[in-house]
Write a protein that binds this ligand. Structure first.
Ligand SMILES: C[S@@+](CC[C@H](N)C(=O)[O-])C[C@H]1O[C@@H](n2cnc3c(N)ncnc32)[C@H](O)[C@@H]1O
Length: 272
């Protein structure tokens, strides 16, 4: 299998993709885990492996995301199922979960994750705050089916609702969301991989605030006084929404950076 692995690595490298993905493709094609694969590398591949690996490689070279080929990603230490059309959880969103966990929340907080996708944020928060009551909304039934399946597999209790924005929930201590936030103009220059995710999960009008702005408006009724609003946004629009919230009387409004040093998160508290 070493020859096949080298071939996959070379073709990925030539296409400008990480050659480390070769092990993932070979593991998937051979039906072995990555660990088993490393042990079996000196042996001949199981029958059909080469053909399957080359088919997977062609899809990958065509821009199909590796995570959809594998069907699973790790998010905040949780294995989550992913499927085409539902947003693949990103590392920046782990930063959103970290910020949520650093908040001074009450003992059994009431938390809502808006636009839950695979359930990533809601499930990570429930895992780390087991006493919390966690709700999650999405408008996409495919995302909700996947989120419910992830919750079942992980044994975590989250109430998933098919509803826009806050779904009418009230008395929340925290409203957290990674809403669609890309400005429409970004579509023309987006990497090929994004074409396999749902546009409703990515784009939000000219400024990228067509979901976040009405969400912040509803949040005013959904949160308890002093409750936290925590959003992941784009460096291009996070400052703009922060200024709008300040002008409307939100308190402790702050823009925070991601690990790459880009303005990314908005944290604010509902006034009394
Ligand atoms: C950027 S994805 C985030 C998914 C997930 N929270 C994550 O971080 O991986 C945005 C999600 O919001 C959902 N969405 C879009 N508009 C919405 C709305 N008005 N109300 C609720 N969910 C919405 C999309 O279907 C998508 O699943």
């Amino acid at each position: 299998m070493v020859r096949l692995l080298r071939e996959l690595q070379k073709r990925l490298r030539t296409a400008g993709l990480p050659e480390g993905e070769a092990l993932d493709l070979l593991a998937l094609a051979s039906g072995l885990s990555r660990k088993e694969l490393l042990l079996h590398l000196p042996q001949a591949p199981p029958p059909g492996t080469e053909e399957k690996a080359l088919t997977l490689l062609e899809r990958r070279l065509g821009g199909y995301p590796l995570q959809y080929l594998l069907g699973e990603v790790e998010f905040f230490g949780l294995p989550l199922k992913v499927a085409e059309g539902v947003l693949i959880p990103r590392p920046e969103t782990e930063g959103l979960v970290e910020l949520a966990l650093s908040l001074p929340l009450p003992h059994a907080p009431r938390i809502l994750d808006v636009g839950t996708g695979t359930g990533a944020v809601a499930l990570a928060l429930k895992k780390h705050l087991p006493e919390a009551q966690v709700w999650a909304t999405d408008t996409d039934p495919k995302a909700l089916a996947l989120a419910r399946e992830n919750a079942r597999r992980l044994g975590l209790e989250v109430a998933f609702l098919q509803a826009p924005l806050t779904g009418g929930l009230k008395d929340l201590d925290l409203l957290v969301s990674n809403p669609p936030y890309l400005p429409e103009a970004y579509r023309a220059q987006a990497p090929r991989e994004l074409a396999f995710e749902s546009p409703q999960a990515l784009y939000a009008g000219r400024e990228g605030l067509d979901v976040a702005r009405p969400l912040a408006q509803e949040a005013r009724q959904a949160l308890k006084p002093g409750g936290f609003l925590l959003l992941e946004l784009a460096p291009e629009n996070v400052g703009l929404l922060a200024r709008e919230l300040e002008a409307r009387g939100w308190i402790d409004v702050e823009v925070l950076r991601d690990l790459a040093g880009r303005d990314r998160y908005l944290r604010a508290r509902r006034p009394a």
